[in-house]
Design a protein around this ligand. Structure first.
Ligand SMILES: [Zn+2]
Length: 75
């Protein structure tokens, strides 16, 4: 499993604030690709991309409220 952590500045968080944060992408040996973004205000988004092309996406704001929890089917 390889993980890549990238810092970013002044991105728009799910709550609408411009804030710094980090993006972590990991890929396991089965081809599952995960991207997690955490903003300094506490908002978080994650995206899991499976080897069959389907995607699971969640967005949680800094109050811990789930704004988006969806699965998109691959072709
Ligand atoms: Zn926020």
């Amino acid at each position: 499993m390889t993980a890549t952590i990238t810092r970013f500045e002044a991105a728009i968080a799910p709550c609408g604030r411009a804030t710094d944060g980090t993006r972590t992408t990991t890929e396991d040996h089965l081809g599952l690709l995960t991207e997690e973004v955490s903003y300094e205000c506490g908002c978080r988004t994650s995206r899991e991309e499976f080897h069959d092309g389907s995607v699971h996406r969640t967005v949680v704001n800094h109050h811990g409220r789930v704004l988006v929890d969806e699965e998109l089917r691959g072709e």
